[in-house]
Ligand binder design. Structure first.
Ligand code: ZN
Length: 413
């Protein structure tokens, strides 16, 4: 799917470049110059740069990041658990993450990840542990408040800059925000929702037998309960009345995708990614994920090639470095290490620094010596953007859910 699609996009771009340069043939050299000329927004150094919560942002990357998030029209964003840590939901793979907590809590001899494997349904004990864990995660998600970063993604969407948000998170925080809605199940054809849940979500439960679906009800998954499907039960009663043989009652399960199992939205996700590759994304953020899941790695790889074919920028934002795998060589144009929740503040401080009294004074001085129409326009634009952003961040001042709260919830448990 992907290779041919990317090749097609590259061909299209090559054809367009050739037709727009009628005086000089599009040799390899001129193509290279055209590509470089469009890369003004890319930073000279890809980093890694450390994300800081105070001070003037490092101009070696801030300008590029700012330009990207304020100018791109078809951004693709791929996120993982790291964006929800600030909301009090544990990540999965760090030393204090969910896999380790599960391993300790249930005194597992195997890794905590095995609790997210389809094999949990093979016996009653692991099924019960899995249900207990899912209920904890559901409670945490219900109590969590969306973070500044989630709000920023919502704003990008309402500003018509977001082509797609691919999320690996099952906490459903993003889909509660305007502009980031999803659909369950994913439709088999366009129009697709803005947010694609790659691994399902904890907002729904589904019958493994008949496919009946409803809002997630934690009481169904309480300890030692067998979550029988009422739809199947009713059907069984009817069959009994008319004298037909029984077919069995299905069990309900959270509509999330475990390791080593079929993804019911898999085919639709493939169609969305193909469509997004053809739409020529002009930038990509990969945030709060260690890219351990093969399907997600593939999406990032393919999207990054499409972004680069259009001279866009691919940014990595995470506490850790990007994977060292060969497939990600030259994939990321900018590496920002730290908490993604710092990003909205960094953009705000960068904009403020651009409109600080010193800069405004020097801009006025310049205007006196040479009145330039373009200069006037650019100063008005930057002020408006800054005011707009300040208003947005005022709205976004959500209380950060203290990590202590999660810890105390775990202790109580
Ligand atoms: Zn059923």
């Amino acid at each position: 799917m992907a290779r041919s699609t990317i090749a097609e996009i590259k061909d299209q771009i090559a054809v367009q470049s050739a037709s727009s340069t009628t005086f000089t043939p599009a040799t390899a050299d001129t193509k290279k110059r055209k590509r470089e000329a469009k890369l003004v927004s890319r930073p000279r150094h890809r980093g890694p740069f450390e994300l800081r919560g105070d001070g003037l942002p490092d101009e070696r990357y801030a300008e590029a990041l700012h330009t990207m998030l304020r100018k791109c029209r078809r951004l693709v964003v791929v996120v993982g658990a790291g964006i929800s840590v600030g909301a009090g939901i544990p990540d999965f793979r760090s030393s204090t993450g969910l896999f380790q907590t599960v391993k300790d809590d249930f005194k597992l001899k195997v890794s905590g990840q095995s609790m997210f494997d389809s094999s949990v349904y093979q016996d009653a004990a692991t099924t019960s542990m899995f249900h207990s864990m899912v209920n904890t995660l559901h409670t945490l998600s219900q109590d969590a408040k969306v973070t500044k970063f989630h709000q920023m993604l919502s704003q990008l969407s309402t500003d018509n800059r977001l082509l797609r948000l691919y999320t690996q998170n099952v906490d459903c925080l993003e889909i509660s925000l305007s502009g980031l809605e999803t659909a369950v199940p994913l439709p088999g054809k366009a129009p697709w929702p803005k947010t694609i849940q790659l691994h399902g979500g904890l907002q729904k439960m589904v019958c493994a037998k008949c496919g009946w679906m409803a809002s997630f009800d934690p009481t169904v998954f309480e300890e030692d309960k067998i979550p029988e499907c009422n739809e199947c039960k009713e059907l069984e009663t009817v069959r009994e009345v008319v004298g037909k043989r029984t077919q069995g009652i299905g069990r309900l399960r959270p509509r999330i995708v475990l390791y080593n199992e079929f993804n019911p939205d898999g085919e639709a996700i493939g169609k969305v990614t193909s469509s997004d590759l053809k739409a020529r994304p002009d930038g990509m953020l990969v945030v709060g994920t260690s890219l351990k899941v093969p399907g997600v790695r593939r999406i990032v790889k393919e999207m990054s090639s499409a972004v680069h074919a259009g001279s866009g920028m691919v940014v990595w934002i995470n506490e850790q470095d990007p994977p060292a795998a060969k497939m990600f060589e030259n994939c990321f144009d900018l590496i920002l290490k730290g908490d993604c929740q710092e990003i909205p503040g960094i953009l705000e401080r960068w904009e403020e620094s651009k409109t600080s009294p010193k800069r405004v004074a020097s801009a006025k001085k310049k205007k006196k010596t040479s009145v330039s129409a373009s200069g006037v326009v650019s100063s008005i634009t930057s002020t408006t953007v800054s005011e707009k952003h300040r208003k947005i961040t005022d709205v976004f001042k959500v209380k950060k859910l203290a990590v202590d709260r999660v810890k105390s919830a775990q202790l109580e448990k």
